[in-house]
Design a protein around this ligand. Structure first.
Ligand code: 13P
Length: 248
């Protein structure tokens, strides 16, 4: 049972999906959802971020460059994201790590850039199936977190969010059970407590991986699960709102 008074956060990650029409649909659908306890953010593809500019929807990006400006074709800087009203930015999603070879260290660099721009990084971690099967999940996640906590002073991390997304649960319909997810979340919170006790109480830990309206409530009821990072179900307004309501 989650009895802690941390705020809840539900973030939708559209990945490489969506359109201006879908953005309009979500602007009207989300205007009907309001909650004192749940913050909702949508992370559409970068080209759609400006579609939300005139709305109340809080937006985030799915990635950012570690550089400030210059000769980096195809990349976007934190100042560009901030200029277009982004408040959040996902860093270190497993698909970025896999498709673009992003290392733990690069992810930490990006997270620092986001924090320095006054935005919230949603820092992703999580293991592939082979690691889950070999039983080394916590060692694997610890290495991912070590890079972040080595590169970024703990005093700067108050505005960061961590998302645990086991790769075998992403887009597979195979969710981690609430107990499996809670087990890793408790480990992450304990890891943070070793760095800074106050931060461990305040930091939001999201679960991601096949969260759907019918499993969200059981996941969010767990002590250390403060919300979700939602992929497929964030593309259907009704499903996404049902998940936001489950966090309420
Ligand atoms: P799914 O909800 O589609 O499994 O995706 C999770 C995810 O990767 C969110 O970042």
């Amino acid at each position: 049972m989650n009895t802690v008074t941390r705020k809840r956060l539900v973030a939708g990650n559209w990945k490489m999906n969506g359109s201006r029409n879908l953005a309009s649909e979500f602007i009207s659908a989300l205007s009907a959802f309001s909650s004192e306890t749940v913050d909702v953010v949508l992370c559409p593809p970068a080209i759609l971020i400006s579609s939300f500019e005139q709305s109340d929807v809080i937006v985030g990006a799915q990635d950012v460059s570690q550089f400030d400006s210059g000769a980096h074709t195809g990349d976007l800087s934190v100042s560009m994201l901030a200029d277009f009203g982004c408040k959040f930015c996902i860093v270190g999603h497993s698909e970025r790590r896999e498709d673009h070879g992003e290392s733990n260290e690069l992810v930490a660099e990006k997270a620092l850039k986001v924090l320095e721009a006054g935005m919230t990084p949603i820092i992703c971690c999580g293991e592939p199936l082979s690691v889950r099967e070999s039983g080394d999940v916590k060692d694997f996640v610890r290495k991912q977190l070590d890079a972040v906590f080595t590169h970024i002073d703990v005093s700067l991390l108050g505005n960061a969010v961590i998302a645990y997304e086991p790769i075998w649960a992403i887009g597979t319909g195979k969710t981690a059970s609430p107990e499996e997810a809670q087990d890793v979340h408790a480990f992450i919170r304990q890891y943070i407590a070793e760095k800074d006790s106050d931060l461990s109480h305040s930091m939001l830990l999201l679960y991601g991986g096949s969260v759907k309206p019918d499993n969200a409530e059981a996941l969010f009821a767990k002590q250390d699960i403060d919300g979700g990072l939602i992929g497929g179900a964030s593309l259907k307004a009704n499903d996404f709102i049902a998940i936001c309501q489950a966090a309420n």
